[in-house]
Ligand binder design. Structure first.
Ligand code: SOE
Length: 368
């Protein structure tokens, strides 16, 4: 259904847990959606105060518990290191808050399932920022596949390549299992790829065979690194289509290169998130590169197209649209394509299968 992504739920009161890049992006989106930015908490009162000042929030909370106990907060944005997501999201739901939790939703299947069940039982909005769904041309690809323009799905071919860990000295909390969890590259960015492949295709990965590599076992501060830098996966979809996914954080020159190509019996579609205002539509007789033009897009793609053709949209726009839809859901509407804890748990199950397959050297089934 159609929602106004610019004017939903003006009086929502948002709290933020975390103080890094993602907390900045979330708070910008919350502000754009008209929420009151009630306050923030972090790993220490000092970090919380610094984040509150930087992000322009009203109050610094001494702890996450204090933030969750505040009756003036309706929705909690969880933007902390991966291994803390599940406990904070769980406590937020228990406290009766709506939750927007960063991916990976959890670092174990059991925790992800617990969160999914609790969110459903409580009837609270529980969303995961698979924000690449919110690029209008990704929606356009989905609409064309759903309208059978591409025919019967034959293959999927996706990659998500970055280079911010390409040099041996590059380092980050994500490489440390204690903070990042047992999977790094796949949980961090492969989860986006899984979500987008399944969202656009309307299909599901049912089994897979993966190989993983840790290229650097020591970095600037982390040693004995046991999380993967790159992953190659062969997938089988429920429909019988087959595909490959390549995920790397050590691909020099690639900054945030997520690309997806689906080929059916009649046509192919290709979306690249670094050039999000375009969609390639391939046909044997003639292919075309379609530029975003709201007047010519499917309704769902036009809805998310906030500015006219020729005026580029980008990452923060997609994030803003995601948060606006999550807040619209809090206000009682049901925006199409809002990624929830079901989707977050789904990506955790696929990640678990990737690790199982890599460890065993055999195919792994993905739990439905
Ligand atoms: C780092 O890998 C990161 O910021 C991810 O955590 C985001 O999900 C991705 O969108 C960009 O890269």
């Amino acid at each position: 259904m159609t929602t106004d992504v610019t004017a939903s739920a003006r009086t929502l009161r948002a709290g933020f847990v975390g103080a890094g890049f993602m907390a900045t992006v979330h708070s910008r989106a919350a502000r754009a959606a008209g929420a009151e930015l009630t306050g923030g908490a972090s790993s220490s009162p000092e970090r919380a105060s610094a984040a509150v000042e930087r992000l322009g929030l009203a109050n610094a909370f001494g702890s996450v518990d204090e933030l969750l106990a505040d009756p003036d907060i309706d929705v909690v944005h969880v933007c902390t290191p991966n291994t803390t997501h599940a406990a904070i999201a769980l406590a937020a739901l228990e406290a009766g808050k709506h939750v927007i939790c960063e991916k990976p939703l959890a670092t174990s299947v059991a925790d992800a399932e617990r969160l999914r069940t609790l969110a459903a039982e409580r009837g609270l909005v529980a969303a995961v920022p698979f924000v690449y769904r919110f690029h209008p041309m990704a929606r356009e690809a989905r609409a064309r596949v759903a309208a059978r323009e591409t025919g019967r799905l034959l293959s999927v071919h996706g990659a998500y390549l970055q280079d911010w860990l390409a040099a041996p000295h590059d380092d980050d909390w994500r490489v440390d299992r204690a903070l990042g969890g047992p999977s790094r590259a796949f949980a961090d960015i492969g989860s986006h790829l899984v979500d987008l492949v399944e969202f656009i295709s309307g299909d599901r990965i049912v089994r897979l065979n993966s190989t993983i590599r840790t290229v650097y076992e020591r970095r600037a501060t982390n040693v004995d690194i046991a999380t993967e830098d790159l992953v190659a996966v062969v997938v089988e979809m429920a429909s019988g289509a087959v595909g490959t996914l390549l995920v790397s954080q050590v691909a020099p020159g690639r900054k945030n290169a997520l690309s997806i190509e689906l080929s059916g019996t009649d046509a192919s579609v290709r979306f690249e998130q670094e050039r999000p205002d375009r969609l390639w539509v391939g046909r044997a007789e003639a292919s075309s590169l379609i530029e975003r033009d709201p007047a010519r897009l499917a309704p769902d793609a036009a809805r998310l197209s906030l500015v006219p053709a020729g005026h580029p949209m980008g990452y923060q726009d997609a994030f803003n649209a995601f948060v606006a839809d999550a807040y619209a859901a809090v206000a009682g509407t049901r925006p199409d394509g809002l990624p929830g804890f079901d989707d977050g748990a789904r990506a955790v199950r696929v990640t678990d299968a990737v690790l199982r397959s890599a460890a065993s050297g055999t195919w792994a089934e993905v739990a439905a």
